[in-house]
Design a protein around this ligand. Structure first.
Ligand SMILES: NC(=O)c1ccc[n+]([C@@H]2O[C@H](COP(=O)([O-])OP(=O)(O)OC[C@H]3O[C@@H](n4cnc5c(N)ncnc54)[C@H](OP(=O)(O)O)[C@@H]3O)[C@@H](O)[C@H]2O)c1
Length: 305
């Protein structure tokens, strides 16, 4: 059994039955185009380094190579058992219809070669007409999501034991509030964009997060501390009490992104980061359409942009 280079701290998820803990840093698997061979090798390397949380989605096309990498790592003894891992996947908009949710999760599990997920997320708060090409969403296919029935089916996924926990992604406070009206299992995570340039000052919920971008103050802090810009951003996210999903398929950068647990940002540095002008980096205009449920970015993000 190989010893990982890093032990990543964990947080407890609040709605899961039993003691479900999530490592505070996970490896993202979204890339365009996705080179499955590179990704698979990166996941195996990531497992050697100590990554135990992996973020995929039916939309990313990365479920098969992620599953193969996990299987290989188990065979090589890099990981002792499936239970050591935290695997997240997501329900795509074309499957965000009550009768399609359980079959979509079963299909994700088939591709991953796993019996259960640790976390299953509603990828976006919008549905679209089911079609053969999941990677393409036509404007005229956008339709409102029936939050109550889709969330009911997500709860069914957890009850069936197909996933240990359920959550949402790209939901605003308002849309989360709608789910909470009828949820019998509240979302344990809201995976959203979060970085020093989009700090989620309103919507912070402690869910996982992705992305980091730079501004001069981050660059200056990084230089003064002898850290990389990525490390300053990730440390900032960690200190906010959030967890992060970071994509790198490069061994050096995967290692670098874990080097955030043995130092802290000062009050002054936190204050400077807090003053960075805010701008959502991924507004997702493609979900806004005159014929769809969201006619403006304001409606999609309920003013949070
Ligand atoms: N729920 C959602 O809707 C949603 C949306 C977007 C993303 N995500 C998740 O979040 C993950 C990350 O997404 P993202 O948008 O933050 O990242 P991204 O834009 O996909 O990738 C970040 C880029 O930064 C590079 N990088 C990583 N570490 C670095 C470092 N230390 N120094 C310099 N460059 C570095 C990576 O390149 P190398 O590989 O060459 O290092 C990568 O190309 C995704 O893979 C996905 O799992 C979820």
């Amino acid at each position: 059994m190989e010893k990982p280079s890093f032990t990543i701290p964990k947080v407890r998820l609040n709605s899961a039955a039993g003691a479900l803990v999530m490592p505070v840093i996970g490896l993202g698997t979204s890339a365009d185009p996705l080179d499955e061979v590179v990704m698979k090798a990166a996941v195996i390397e990531g497992l050697r380094l100590g990554y135990r949380q992996f973020d995929t989605a039916s939309k990313y096309g990365s479920e098969v190579p992620l599953g193969e990498a996990i299987d290989e790592a188990l065979g090589l003894g890099i990981v002792r058992s499936r239970e050591e891992l935290f695997v997240t996947s997501k329900l795509w908009c074309s499957d965000s219809h009550a009768d399609r949710v359980v079959p979509a999760l079963k299909e994700s599990l088939r591709k991953l070669g796993l019996e259960y997920l640790d976390l299953y997320l509603v990828h976006w708060p919008i549905s679209c007409k089911p079609g053969p090409d999941v990677h393409h969403v036509d404007e005229e296919d956008l339709m409102p999501m029936d939050f109550e029935s889709v969330w009911g089916a997500m709860e069914e996924c957890q009850r069936l034991g197909l996933t240990k926990s359920i959550g949402v992604s790209n939901f605003t406070c308002k849309k989360l509030g709608t789910i909470l009206i009828f949820a019998t299992i509240p979302p344990s995570v809201n995976q959203v964009e979060m970085n020093p340039v989009w700090q989620q000052k309103k919507g912070r919920t402690g869910g996982p997060t992705w992305s980091w971008r730079t501004r001069p103050s981050i660059q200056e802090i990084a230089e003064a501390r002898g850290k990389s810009v990525a490390q300053v951003c990730l440390r900032w996210i960690y200190e906010q009490g959030a967890t992060a999903v970071v994509k790198s398929f490069n061994k050096g950068r995967m290692r670098e992104n874990l080097g955030i647990f043995d130092w802290e940002l000062s009050e002054d540095e936190l204050e400077r980061i807090g003053r960075i002008p805010q701008k959502r980096m991924l507004p997702k205009e493609k979900f806004v359409s005159p014929t769809g449920p969201y006619k403006s970015l304001d409606e999609l993000w309920d003013g949070e942009f």
